[in-house]
Design a protein around this ligand. Structure first.
Ligand code: ADP
Ligand code: MG
Ligand code: MG
Length: 209
């Protein structure tokens, strides 16, 4: 297996472990403003994705990401399956040349573009987009403008995602199930923004190793 392909398989496994560890926390968040299935949805989907990518024969990063996305799409219903899974599949060709600063930025931007295309959410709607937009913009700027190394840029992006998650607490949901609650969604942290942060933290962890 290529070293990079192996690293991406390890990243998927790390995400699956982390999501499993956070399953009940994510479910608690979703029970406050949704239907209490985000932990289960994500844990089931990422466990299946980890199993699927483990079984691949000498894959490249693009293949691993595509397989993980396809598995999430088929295992997870609701909002998060198509948003996470579909966007990973859609962005996976950006990694066809392997993982470089350029392909990583392109991947992040295309992933975000697909999430917003599909879900039509903007910053301030109290969704995963609130974590993703600052994360992707920070990652891109850190590499292209500030000339930071990729791992340092990813670390800044994780910090930006964390601020995005915090920002979801005081605002009112305008997209997804939480929007049905109107003002009663205020004061609760968005589950999808939170799982997005956890995934990014695991990517940083694997990239740092
Ligand atoms: P469901 O809401 O169908 O039960 P999940 O509970 O798995 O699905 O996921 C809920 C999360 O999905 C929300 O916390 C939010 O972050 C995200 N989400 C919902 N709708 C949208 C949307 N239109 N755009 C972006 N993210 C969304
Ligand atoms: Mg839900
Ligand atoms: Mg649901």
């Amino acid at each position: 297996m290529s070293d990079e392909g192996e690293a991406v398989v390890a990243a998927v496994a790390a995400v699956a472990d982390r999501i499993e560890a956070e399953r009940s926390h994510l479910t608690d968040l979703d029970s406050a403003i949704g239907d209490a299935d985000h932990g289960g949805n994500m844990a089931r989907g990422w466990a299946a994705a980890a199993e699927a990518v483990e079984g691949m024969d000498d894959p490249e990063p693009t293949d691993v990401v595509k397989m993980a996305g396809k598995t999430l799409l088929s295992e997870v219903g609701g909002a998060s399956g198509p948003l996470y899974g579909g966007s990973l599949v859609f962005a996976s060709p950006e990694l066809e040349g392997g993982i470089t600063e350029e392909t990583a930025v392109a991947f992040a931007e295309t992933y975000l573009e697909k999430v917003q295309d599909r879900g039509d959410a903007r910053v301030g709607d109290k969704t995963m987009v609130d974590a993703l937009v600052p994360a992707v913009h920070t990652f891109k700027k850190s590499i292209e403008v500030d000339d930071m190394a990729p791992v340092a840029a990813l670390s800044k992006a994780v910090a930006a995602a964390q601020r995005g998650v915090d920002f979801t607490v005081p605002i009112r949901a305008s997209k997804g199930r939480a929007s049905y609650l109107g003002w009663r969604s205020v004061g609760h942290q968005d589950p999808g923004a939170t799982s997005t942060l956890y995934i990014m933290e695991e990517l940083l962890d694997v990239a740092t190793e």
